[in-house]
Design a protein around this ligand. Structure first.
Ligand SMILES: *Cc1c(COP(=O)(O)O)cnc(C)c1O
Length: 488
């Protein structure tokens, strides 16, 4: 039992015996009150607040006491006070260290879902900062002086850019799909091609989403081929929707047939059933104009007659996480009446951010420069090579002779399920650990060392080497600066 502890104290008579230990401890522990008067402790209080500091000092004191009892430490009160404060400061730092931090995405996958997808443009940050700490007109009409609609902050830009009559925004595209199915086809059939029953990753699988939304999936065609007559034959009195899903993360090649969106739209109109398109990574730009592989645009889907189009905000659009639904005004109105909308709605920060990103599309040539996701996707190979050369020597210095380092040509991916087959020519640095035997352990260890940096570096392991694709490293200064503290 610790000499000064009163916890679980035995009855008084017994305490009296224990109160006179054989040997008095030969160390002094400053009181918490005394520690709280130190200048460095006051600085800690200023930063963390009094309660956490007191708790940290108590914990440090208790630890010190047990160490001192074990004969591990004994020193002047001043030295003890200082070491207790230092220990408390260290503990408080680790407690308050943010868990979500920036990393270098050198995986070669530009829109990496695990790494947070699209980096936001400067304009979005400014817009977020402007509204984050103030009251806003989020759902308040300044003209009418009464309740407004949060979609109003982005709807007109969405209409202008997509050509749709109306638009609404929810938490992400999965939510958008869920809301559309649940509103327009609850307990009703949804006709969809068998070749489009995608799994996006995680738990988003079209058949499961349909079931969760309460829709009855009616698959038509075969894996590789579907015809207009298949859709036609499936329509009955219980049909709620015809749905097309952009198979963004795989491609069926060879003997294939699909039905054009314009034909599906015409069939749906004839049968008075809405036709909806889940575009996934919908873009507002003609990608071919910027030397990228073709990707269907939202405008095209609307023009081809889709009644509603759903797409993500943080994929090719390059904005915040959001699910955007654009299309017929009467259907958007119905969606907004579904009680689910309340559970799926976006907050003011998302709307501020999206509201700043959309106007950037007014000038496509400028958009590909100021929207980081698009800038990275269209980054000239010569620039990527120059960055690779710039980081080569600092990496060699940091790793000395234990790792063989060279430049390699590699392929970047767009990511987030977009355009899986096409890959973008890029340049990388390849790091191969020099070990007696080829071992996957050595390269895993090397990768872990880079993950241990203050701003972790995430690469890709390929054929026994760690590869850093430099496409997403636009300014290598910070990357180089921290190599000096690469963990052993
Ligand atoms: C990515 C994707 C989704 C899910 O979008 P989130 O914004 O990640 O929720 C749904 N459908 C398709 C076709 C997709 O590509």
């Amino acid at each position: 039992m610790r000499p000064n502890s009163t916890q679980g104290a035995p009855p008084c008579s017994f305490v009296a015996v224990r109160r006179a230990p054989m040997t008095e401890p030969k160390f002094q522990i400053p009181s918490i009150d005394r520690l709280l008067q130190r200048a460095d402790t006051l600085a800690l209080i200023h930063r963390h607040g009094r309660e956490p500091v007191v708790a940290a000092l108590r914990a440090a004191t208790a630890r010190y006491r047990s160490e001192a009892l074990a004969g591990l430490a004994a020193s002047s009160v001043e030295a003890v006070s200082e070491s207790l404060t230092v220990a408390a400061a260290k503990h408080l730092r680790s407690l308050t260290k943010p868990s979500l931090i920036p990393v270098f995405n050198l995986t070669g996958t530009v829109l990496h879902t695990n790494l947070g997808r699209a980096p936001l443009p400067e304009a979005a940050l400014k817009a977020i900062a402007a509204v984050a700490t103030q009251a806003t007109n989020l759902e308040y009409s300044l003209e009418a002086g009464k309740r407004g609609d949060r979609d109003d902050h982005v709807a007109s830009w969405l209409q202008r850019l997509t050509g749709a009559e109306a638009a609404t925004v929810v938490n992400n595209n999965a939510a958008a799909v869920m809301l559309v199915l649940n509103t327009l086809a609850r307990r009703r059939g949804v006709i969809v091609s068998r070749g489009e029953l995608v799994e996006i990753g995680g738990s988003f699988r079209i058949p499961d989403v349909m079931a969760a939304a309460g829709s009855l999936m009616r698959e038509v065609g075969t894996t590789n081929r579907v015809h207009l007559r298949d859709y036609e034959g499936a329509i009955d009195a219980r049909t709620g929707l015809i749905m097309k899903i952009h198979t963004s993360n795989y491609r069926i090649e060879g003997f294939t047939a699909a039905v054009a969106e314009s034909e599906l739209a015409a069939l749906a109109r004839k049968s008075q059933i809405p036709f909806v398109v889940d575009l996934g990574s919908g873009t507002l730009l003609d990608f071919e104009r910027f030397g990228l592989p073709r990707e269907p645009t939202v405008q095209e889907a609307i023009r081809d007659g889709a009644d509603l189009v759903m797409f993500s905000g943080d994929k090719l659009l390059g904005g915040p996480q959001a699910g955007i639904i654009a299309g017929r005004a009467d259907l958007i109105k119905k969606l907004k009446k579904n009680p689910m909308t309340r559970a799926l709605r976006v907050d003011k920060l998302t709307l501020a951010s999206l509201g700043a990103v959309l106007p950037l599309y007014a000038d496509p040539a400028r958009a590909v420069k100021v929207i980081p996701a698009l800038r990275l996707l269209t980054r000239p190979i010569a620039e990527i090579e120059a960055t690779a050369r710039e980081v080569l020597a600092p990496l060699q210095t940091a790793l000395r002779s234990n790792v063989e380092i060279d430049l390699v040509a590699c392929k970047s991916q767009i990511g987030s399920g977009a355009l899986p087959v096409e890959q973008l020519p890029s340049c990388g640095v390849r790091l191969r650990p020099l070990t007696a035997r080829v071992s996957s352990r050595a390269v895993e260890t090397l990768a872990a060392r880079f993950r241990g940096l203050p701003m972790p570096v995430i690469g890709r392991i390929h054929q026994g080497a760690l590869v850093f694709d430099l496409r997403c490293l636009e300014d290598p200064r910070e990357f180089i600066a921290q190599l000096g503290v690469l963990p052993p």
